[in-house]
Design a protein. Structure first.
Length: 133
């Protein structure tokens, strides 16, 4: 199998409800989505996928929906206040952990027609989560 990797950097904030530590508070990350795409065959240009196509599709979606936004669970008590203030928020149905965000990005990449094999979300220089089906 041929594989390529494309990295997409973005900034986001979140918090984890019911967490016993610091992550229970609103905080931010300089995240890095590391996408691995794969195919048994190369296209007519000799590629798995064009790197720019990955940026144009998933990178644009990240820019519009996740970059510089608070990513909060739908029942987060801070959500109504942030929405009332007009703050940019992306709402999810589970705690926005690195694991869940990696899966979200994987599923979105698939929906956008990318032959994604796995997504690794680097939350900090020393912490990352990977999703692959």
């Amino acid at each position: 199998m041929y594989q390529i990797t494309r990295e997409l950097a973005f900034c986001y904030g979140h918090r984890l409800l019911e967490h016993a530590g610091k992550c229970a508070h609103l905080h931010g990350h300089n995240g890095l989505a590391v996408l691995t795409l794969g195919s048994e065959h190369l296209d007519a240009l000799g590629m798995v996928a064009d790197f720019q196509l990955v940026r144009d599709r998933l990178g644009a979606w990240i820019d519009e929906h996740l970059d510089h936004r608070m990513i909060l669970r739908e029942d987060d008590p801070a959500l109504p206040a942030l929405l009332e203030l007009g703050e940019p928020v992306y709402v999810v149905d589970s705690n926005p952990t690195a694991e869940h965000l990696a899966r979200l990005l994987f599923e979105r990449a698939r929906e956008l027609g990318l032959p994604v094999v796995k997504v690794r979300l680097v939350e900090t220089p020393t912490c990352a989560a990977t999703y692959r089906p």
